[in-house]
Design a protein around this ligand. Structure first.
Ligand SMILES: Nc1ncnc2c1ncn2[C@@H]1O[C@H](COP(=O)(O)OP(=O)(O)OP(=O)(O)O)[C@@H](O)[C@H]1O
Length: 291
């Protein structure tokens, strides 16, 4: 038997993972794993608890994008490099969707038991790592501002309601992006830097994969409401990248400066302050994938 360290956030998504844990242990045990469950008590506790993973062969995380982000950061902080399984139990679960891991617990367990591992890049923003997305500007901090009870009851709809509530505050931010070969200065509504292909349920970088060695920066330029709505429709169809109101850059390193005091977001959690040094890290992580 192999040993699996199962670290789970009981407050992710609709908080139902707690009721499914027996099913998970059963499925993994039949697949040859002895499971040690670890219930996170807080974000800080993820960084303390990860030390216990040392005596195990694999780590399994159950939570949303934020929990996955902290577990990966904790693994790097403690120099723990073990295969990672993901059982999505968050609200958006963008990264799990990118990997093709659905909401069904049995399917997620099946992918772990089958043992197919894929190596993924990690993005690094200042001293934090991200697996899926780093962002700033209009609506990007919705997931941080949202009330956890509202999110647990309404799921993704809560993100949209909070987003609409924030629209009257939206304003363009002046930004300077320096890449390996150019400097762009522009007023933008928001930028996202993707390691995977989706953020907030939108397939923003349709051709990107999280193991191609590149990051994709997509920024929405300041424009009027009609243009913004048109862009939104294009985004739904995945046809936005060649729009005049989009800056699309693919690269390994971006320096981003902003004179306004705005917050950043990484994988749905509060990120570091500007200036930002964003790069593809030399660290990688092996994750159990369905195919
Ligand atoms: N006991 C706890 N352990 C860890 N995090 C906790 C705990 N209680 C509440 N949280 C909060 O859970 C948040 C992380 O939630 P997570 O991203 O896993 O789920 P989600 O937001 O529902 O899903 P998604 O990010 O996929 O939309 C953290 O920001 C943290 O504040």
């Amino acid at each position: 038997m192999q040993r699996a360290f199962l670290i789970y956030n009981p407050y992710s998504g609709n908080r139902s993972f707690r009721l499914k844990i027996d099913q998970v242990v059963h499925k993994l045990q039949l697949g040859g794993y002895i499971v040690t469950p670890y219930r996170t008590l807080s974000i800080e506790n993820i960084y303390e608890g990860i030390k216990f993973a040392n005596e195990h062969d694999i780590i399994i995380v159950s939570g949303g994008d934020g929990t996955i982000n902290h577990v990966i950061n904790a693994m790097i902080q403690h120099n723990i490099n073990k295969p990672l399984g993901i059982i999505p139990s968050g609200t958006a679960n963008d990264f799990a969707s990118h990997l093709g891991i659905g909401r069904k617990i049995t399917d997620a367990c099946e992918a772990i038991v089958r043992g197919n591992l894929t190596k993924f890049d990690l993005g690094k923003i200042n001293d934090r790592y991200f697996i899926n997305v780093a962002a700033a500007g209009l609506l990007t901090d919705v997931s941080q501002k949202i009330d956890i009870n509202l999110k647990n009851t309404l799921g993704k709809v809560a993100y949209y309601l909070k987003g609409i509530e924030q629209l009257p505050n939206f304003r363009a931010i002046p930004i300077k992006i320096t890449t390996e070969d150019k400097i762009i200065e522009e007023k933008i509504f928001l930028f996202v830097i993707l390691n995977g292909s989706s953020a907030g349920g939108f397939k923003l970088a349709p051709d990107a994969t999280a193991n191609d060695g590149y990051l994709n920066l997509i920024a929405v330029k300041q424009c009027n409401l009609v243009e913004l709505l048109n862009l939104f429709i294009k985004m739904l169809k995945g046809e936005h990248l060649d729009s005049n109101n989009i800056i699309y850059l693919r690269g390994k390193n971006f320096k981003i400066e902003c004179s306004d005091d705005i917050e950043t977001d990484i994988d749905g959690e509060r990120g570091p302050n500007f200036p930002l040094d964003v790069r593809v890290s030399d660290k990688t992580i092996s994750i159990f994938t369905p195919y």
